[in-house]
Design a binder for this molecule. Structure first.
Ligand code: ZN
Length: 114
């Protein structure tokens, strides 16, 4: 089990991250709206920017989802427990990625589509 003090600290970190991701998302979504309304002569460069921003939004939305899942786990008292197998997540892994919801082995298995 992850100790309570540590969970408090991770919770704070996760909320900070979440706030930052939310503001980046708002910024990118706004940029996309501006790009849609761009003049035709600027359109080519703007389309490239727009595609980049859409990819970034996708990455940030996934990150937001991970942060939310980790925060939910904290609320449920299951933080630091792998959602796939119920084993504790490696401490070193949590230290690097506090939003991790899977053990390394399970993460790899999921990514491999098993
Ligand atoms: Zn697992």
């Amino acid at each position: 089990m992850v100790e309570a003090k540590r969970v408090e600290r991770e919770k704070k970190y996760l909320w900070q991250e979440r706030t930052q991701v939310m503001s980046e998302l708002a910024h990118l979504r706004e940029a996309i709206q501006v790009q849609i309304n761009a003049a035709p002569e600027e359109a080519d460069a703007e389309i490239t920017n727009r595609e980049t921003n859409i990819i970034l939004i996708g990455i940030l939305e996934r990150r937001l989802h991970h942060l939310d899942t980790a925060l939910q786990a904290i609320e449920r008292g299951t933080y630091g427990v792998c959602m796939r197998c119920g084993q504790p997540i490696e401490a070193e892994r949590l230290a690097v990625r506090p939003e991790a919801i899977l053990r390394l082995a399970c993460q790899k298995a999921v990514e491999a589509g098993k």
